[in-house]
Each structure stands twice: as C-alpha cells, then as structure tokens.
Design a protein around this ligand. Structure first.
Ligand code: C2G
Length: 130
C-alpha cells in the first residue's frame, strides 16, 4: 500500500487540479490531500477562497482519486504529516519545484509534476469578470 500526499487550496476546482490529483494517485494506492484551511489561506497565502474549507473538502472527497482529505493549517506540518500518515511519496505541481526537497530527509520520495499550463483559478476569475 503505497501512500501519496499532496497539498493545496483547490479553490474553484478545475481540470488542472484534477490532472494533478489523477497523476498523484497513479504514483501509489492511496492519496491524501492536505487542504489549506480558510485561515491558512488568508494569513499565509493571502488567498480569499470563493468556496469555504468545508465546501472545498466536499468537492475533493467526491473525486475518485482522493482517499482522504486532511486540513493544512501551517507550512511546517509536512515534516510530521509524512510520518503521521506513513507517506511514501510527496507530490506537488512544478511551480513548487525544489521547495519541499527537505522531505527527502524524512525518508519521503518528492515528486514535482508539470502543471496544466493554460488554466488557473485567477484566469477563471478574470475571464468571468469580462
Ligand atoms: N495545479 C496544476 N495545474 C494548474 C493549477 C494547479 O497542476 N493549472 C496544481 C498546483 O501545482 C498544486 C495543486 O494543483 O500542486 C493545487 O493548486 P493550488 O490550490 O493553487 O495550491 P497552492 O496554492 O499552490 O498550495 O503547502 C503547499 C500549498 O498548500 C500549495
């Protein structure tokens, strides 16, 4: 049972997120998504989500690739999460390349996957505003 984890806000869920989650799940048997809480988004990522944590969690739990959704409340929890959840592989989109390599020290494989280029929540909001 190979366990994979990834982190993110996943607001205005779109096919770029789904592409990431599908490929992350393909790297193992069980995919955990650590979902940024509203507080973490606001304070640490300067993001105001359209959907609340509970709504974003509901959406993610409906995705066939996702096995468990946990809260992401701070930047530091990754180091303990990988032990707490017995994670084999940590996955992020390649906009984060290099940023989480320290997790290799915790015995975790670190994989950065290419982002889906043409879609983003910002782009969606801009287009809808036109
Ligand atoms: N993503 C992607 N392609 C896109 C948009 C997003 O592959 N077109 C990926 C991102 O690279 C990330 C995941 O989908 O791996 C979630 O994206 P966000 O919700 O924007 O996550 P982010 O704000 O980068 O938060 O501690 C890590 C942070 O919580 C990551």
């Amino acid at each position: 049972m190979k366990r994979v984890i990834t982190y993110g806000t996943f607001d205005l869920l779109h096919y770029g997120h789904i592409n990431l989650l599908r490929r992350a799940k393909a790297l193992g048997d069980y995919l955990i998504v650590a979902l940024s809480t509203d507080e973490f988004n606001r304070v640490e990522k300067n993001k105001v989500c359209y959907f609340s944590y509970e709504e974003r969690k509901l959406l993610l739990e409906a995705i066939r690739y996702v096995d468990l959704v946990i809260p992401e409340e701070n930047w530091e929890q990754k180091r303990t999460d990988v032990h707490l959840y017995r994670v084999d592989t940590f996955v992020m989109g390649d906009d984060w390349t290099g940023k989480f390599d320290f997790l290799k020290e915790e015995g975790c494989e670190v994989v950065y996957l290419p982002r889906t280029p043409e879609i983003s929540t910002t782009q969606i909001k801009t287009d809808l505003h036109k």
